[in-house]
Design a protein around this ligand. Structure first.
Ligand code: GRF
Length: 216
């Protein structure tokens, strides 16, 4: 059984989308995979309740309780490795990870970011998009590399930016797509239809349309 470990910091709506897909698509039987654990760096993260409701074990590791970023990441690695994960998913995990952590999970650590990378890395992506005047915006699922929001791109979903959009309406439109894109990318990785080869993402023939989505 391939274990997936999800890291969260807050709301957990992407986690919920993964849990829903894992249930509806019966990942245990069809992909021999399961969401084995959810780990949060914040005790109040709403996503913890979502995991518990789905019967998934949860753990809280408060980053503030550790003397350094490195000490936190080492403890986090131990907690994650207890599950021997095939895949580690950053599903709204709002911490920059150390090089040591990123190297340890090379090729099996992915993140979802609410912009069409490489545009708008970092925070406040919807505000950045509106300020720049782009006509399209979206979400990206990518492997995590040493550069923040800079790893090889697995899948992207594009949405229009409308004239009357606010940060909130744009965020909402992107989030709907995040919830489709993340489970899909996880599924493709577990199937082996998408893989990392020499730092680039290889997509098996026939799967191109699943990793490049326009949602009008
Ligand atoms: C999402 O917008 C995700 O792209 C970003 O953080 C947010 C997390 O939302 N990395 P949620 O906790 O999944 O609801």
């Amino acid at each position: 059984m391939k274990n997936i470990v999800c890291l969260i910091s807050g709301r957990g709506s992407n986690l919920e989308a993964l849990l829903a897909a894992a249930g509806a698509e019966r990942w245990a039987e069809t992909l021999d995979a399961r969401i084995a654990a959810v780990i949060s760096n914040r005790p109040g993260a709403a996503g913890l309740a979502r995991a518990k409701a789905a019967g998934v074990p949860t753990q809280v590791l408060e980053h503030g309780a550790f003397p350094s970023r490195d000490a936190f990441d080492v403890a986090l690695m131990q907690a994650i490795d207890a599950h021997q994960p095939a895949l580690v998913v950053l599903a709204g995990f709002m911490r920059v990870l150390t090089q040591r952590f990123v190297s340890h999970y090379a090729g099996r650590l992915i993140n979802i970011h609410p912009s069409l990378l490489p545009a708008f890395p970092g925070l406040a992506t919807h505000r950045q998009a509106l300020a720049s005047g782009v006509r399209v915006h979206g979400a990206t699922v990518h492997f995590v590399s040493h550069e923040v929001d800079g790893g090889a791109i697995i899948g992207q979903s594009v949405v229009p930016v409308r004239a009357d959009d606010t940060e909130e309406t744009l965020a909402e439109r992107v989030l709907v797509q995040e919830h489709v894109l993340l489970p899909r990318c996880v599924r493709l990785l577990l199937q082996g239809a998408v893989s990392l080869r020499d730092g680039r993402v290889h997509v098996q023939a026939g799967h191109d349309q699943e990793v490049a989505v326009a949602a009008w």
